[in-house]
Write a protein that binds this ligand. Sequence first.
Ligand SMILES: C[S@@+](CC[C@H](N)C(=O)[O-])C[C@H]1O[C@@H](n2cnc3c(N)ncnc32)[C@H](O)[C@@H]1O
Length: 210
Amino acid sequence: MDAFEYESVVLRAVTGPTIRPGGLTLTDRAVGFCSFPSGARLLDVGCGAGATVEHLRSRYGFAAGGVDISRRLIAEALVRNPALPLAEGRAEALPVEGESLDGIFCECVLSIVEEPHGALAEFRRALRSGGFLVLSDMYDREASARGELEKRLSESGFSILLREDHTPLLRELAARLVLTHGSLEGVWCNAGGCVAGARSGYYLLIARKD
Ligand SMILES: C[S@@+](CC[C@H](N)C(=O)[O-])C[C@H]1O[C@@H](n2cnc3c(N)ncnc32)[C@H](O)[C@@H]1O
């Protein structure tokens, strides 16, 4: 599944404005874990239809913005809330100054980014020292992809503070997609595997820039 298939009407009818397993559950879990300063400067990379940005601003009062490669999803978010600071952009070339962010959220995005290593380098560039990186995504529970990511993060100057498995949220989304669509055929597969695959899992990982 490429980036633009996340605009799919079938998928969006089930996920709504959060295009990922668990809706805002893991976003709130991450905010509860990270000690963000009041009014923290946060960026949601691959923000899709802007639900997390809206939530981080309205519920927590953070100075949150978002970037996404999809012009259509950004436009949809701005129709819903024209005040949101969203921009078209790529994870591999963030439109922000170096060391300018207290936190980056990247929810269900990294496994489909074309150059994930370039994206991680960008996250490191954009975060201030001590800034938090919040990643949630699908992974293959029988492969070492998650281990490789953690190794890459450590090599890139991040300390991993939290790693949790949230595969039940993926199963719940798969069940809702089947109930609505009849099957999962062509609805959601990516580098981490099919949303319903027995090997597919979902993780939350929080790291801090050293
Ligand atoms: C599964 S959706 C998740 C969207 C949003 N994070 C959410 O959870 O609702 C994946 C998103 O990643 C975006 N995307 C894919 N590749 C990207 C890239 N290289 N840079 C920025 N966004 C990207 C897609 O356009 C899509 O909005």
